[in-house]
Design a protein around this ligand. Structure first.
Ligand code: SAM
Length: 213
């Protein structure tokens, strides 16, 4: 079980895909080849739609990887919009820097090196949009820090809340047991928050959407 939609539905959506940007395509192929997880393209389109709707000036991303989603976000921001993106893997930071340079987005994308659990408490300015896409055992802490850093009316976008279908499955492979446990616990926490209006959408690998009330 690796996808939350039926294969024929995925195939159909793929057949309708109009995205042809060469850099993004190269990054998707590179990530697949190197087994680096990046945001599913349908979830990335949803994120871009949200950006078009709320027009954020300041975005925070937790988990840059090779900067695929950072580049997609930055390209949709207004002229003065910025994205701060936090990444702890040195290998990924160097790959991300290269791609950000190639996309000519060094001014819009501020790549912050380190563990978000240590960096987020040091951030002072609030954000219009926060995107969590990091290690699943960190989600709870990252969520609480995000609540503090999100402006009123701001949007929280969390990836992988249906985690390859495993949270809803009776049997989970041993290598996914821990991460699935964290996601199951996180989903309960996320949906029971009163500070946010939340929902989980079956897009990509399952997207959590929250609006700070
Ligand atoms: C799923 S990938 C991010 C994909 C990226 N958002 C995209 O769609 O292109 C997760 C990344 O988060 C990083 N990461 C995980 N936990 C982190 C943490 N606590 N602080 C900073 N980076 C973290 C990992 O090293 C990995 O590169």
């Amino acid at each position: 079980m690796t996808n939350i939609l039926c294969p024929h539905q995925i195939k159909y959506l793929e057949s309708l895909r109009t995205e042809v940007d060469p850099l993004l395509k190269e990054m998707e192929d590179f990530a697949l080849e190197r087994k680096i997880p990046i945001l599913n393209w349908k979830a990335a389109e949803l994120l871009e739609q949200i950006i078009a709707m709320i027009r954020p000036k300041r975005v925070l991303e937790i988990g840059t990887a090779i900067a695929y989603s950072s580049i997609r976000i930055a390209r949709k921001l207004k002229k003065k919009g910025i994205i701060d993106t936090i990444e702890k893997s040195l290998d990924n930071i160097s790959l991300a820097s290269e791609y950000i340079k190639r996309a000519e987005l060094e001014k819009q994308i501020n790549l912050i090196e380190g563990d978000a659990k240590e960096i987020m408490p040091l951030l002072e300015k609030k954000y219009d949009l926060i995107f969590i896409d990091a290690d699943k055992e960190d989600y709870e802490k990252l969520f609480y820090y995000s609540l503090m850093l999100l402006k009123k009316g701001g949007v929280l976008f969390v990836d992988n809340l249906l985690w390859h279908g495993y949270p809803a499955a009776a049997k989970v492979p041993p290598s996914y047991k821990n991460s699935t446990k964290y996601i199951r616990e996180f989903n309960k926490l996320f949906l029971s928050q009163t500070a946010l209006k939340t929902s989980i959408l079956p897009v990509g690998d399952g997207v959590g959407l929250g609006v700070k009330v």
